[in-house]
Design a protein around this ligand. Structure first.
Ligand SMILES: [Fe+2]
Ligand SMILES: [Fe+2]
Length: 283
């Protein structure tokens, strides 16, 4: 298969994996990560993150630009029963899809990755089927989500940070994939993307605990080929989210939520660390 076609194919796959991450993550947060169902969904979301990462690494290595727009994730939102049924269908569809793609591959690594995406999708289908079958009648007929208790203004602040941090995290992933052969830069950048996922989760969980879907909406991704410019942009972006975190920390309503403040303090310190590291790299 010619390079350009292969990159195109893998970019469609990455969009499907991205869609699955968002769907399982949001659902997990709505259930609550500390519930058995939420923990299971979070575990699936993490596996989808590997899937996305393997594809991103291959695309970057092939000299391609990873597509960071998630595909739609079709599901029937009527009740937990219909939702999990949709998840089973989604995963089952991916098994022959990836197997067919794997057969077309000459490169043994790419073939193995695609085969693994196939059999891990099969495991996902089985696990979701099991969750579906074990739903209590009450769970089966209802939907996750709790009562709103935060003010609209505070939720909007949280949602804004979710959106900016999500984009920043995707940008870090993209840079790590694209700059993977640039000395140890890829490793260092991907390390920051992990921290960003956690920071994103802190805010997204607060929103979901308030019964709303976190706004995982991608903003503008910068696709330059120069690592220096990418680091300068990363630095600017961290300053921006640091200001947003600081603004939230000074919000009197946010201050009523001790858990949120602890997470904000952690994120702020992590952002200072990241700033110092990047400034050193730029020297
Ligand atoms: Fe997957
Ligand atoms: Fe999956």
């Amino acid at each position: 298969m010619e390079n350009e076609k292969l990159i195109q194919m893998l970019n469609r796959d990455i969009a499907d994996e991205h869609a699955a991450i968002i769907r399982y993550l949001v659902h997990s947060y709505l259930e609550g990560e500390d519930t058995p169902m939420g923990a299971g969904l979070l575990s699936r979301a993490r596996e989808e993150m590997w899937h996305m990462h393997w594809l991103g690494m291959i695309i970057g290595k092939l000299g391609g630009e990873p597509d960071l727009n998630p595909a739609p994730y079709p599901y029937d939102p009527t009740s937990r029963k219909t939702i999990f049924k949709s998840y089973v269908a989604y995963e089952e569809k991916l098994i022959p899809h990836y197997m067919k793609e794997a057969e077309l591959m000459d490169d043994p690594h790419i073939r193995r990755v695609l085969e693994r995406e196939a059999w891990e999708s099969q495991i996902h289908a089985r696990k979701f089927q099991r969750t579906h079958d074990k739903l209590t009648p009450e769970q089966a007929d209802t939907l996750p989500g709790e009562d709103n208790e935060l003010s609209d203004a505070l939720v909007e602040k949280l949602q804004n940070i979710v959106e900016v941090k999500y984009t920043q995290m995707l940008q870090a992933l993209r840079n790590a994939w694209v700059f993977q052969t640039n000395d140890t830069m890829g490793w260092q950048i991907i390390d920051f993307s992990f921290t960003k996922m956690k920071q994103l989760a802190h805010m997204a969980e607060e929103v979901a605990e308030n019964g709303m879907e976190p706004r995982l909406k991608k903003g503008n991704i910068i696709t330059g080929a120069a690592v220096g410019a990418a680091l300068k942009n990363a630095l600017e972006s961290v300053h921006k989210t640091r200001d947003l975190h600081m603004g939230l920390k000074n919000d009197p309503e946010a201050q009523q939520h001790a858990g949120l403040i602890i997470n904000l303090d952690l994120s702020l310190q992590q952002e200072d660390y990241e700033t110092a590291e990047i400034e050193d790299w730029l020297k």
